[in-house]
Design a protein. Sequence first.
Length: 216
Amino acid sequence: MKPLQLLLDLLYPPKCPFCGRVLERGEEGWCASCQQDLPWTEPGGGKSVEGCAACLSPLWYRDGAREGMHRYKFGGGRGHARLFGELMAQCLRDRWDGPVDLITWAPLHPKRKKERGYDQAELLAQRVGGLTGLPVESALEKRRATAVQSQTEGDEARKANVRGAYRALPGLDLTGKRVVLVDDVATSGATLAECAAALRAAGADCVVGLTFARAR
């Protein structure tokens, strides 16, 4: 380990993004307890989302997975994208055997991205692309700011909240392309459905949703 990294680890001991515990010697990225106890989803039976051939997620959105996502999105934990994207990439490898041409993501509105300092779905998409060797391209834009989906009650309200909020980038041609659409969490699936519709309007032949976690 490099001297600078040793110093940083002494000053800022690495913590598990899921439970917040300081990692012990030999633990890297996350703790051994969370590796075993996280709410892992089962293979097959991915969440059904309109416009998506499948929606794949390594984790259920509860317990440590929920806490980890909150740290990532709202606690400035942008570095967690490295581990979270790794779990998503493995999920994609294990549970999708169809061809893929590119990876894209459900983008934040520019105002929200400026406030947060990063787009959490974009970072996840870049990590998944880096691990799978698939190209990552910006394909969508969010035309208007919306209320936070996780704070919007009810599936119909969530659908209304994002209706018409996304569109494909002007001039984008995805004719015949098979696209993996990355987002952080699938709750009702409304955001993924809106983005998938925009990608299909641009010619995408197949859209596969990929999220870090999903609600039951």
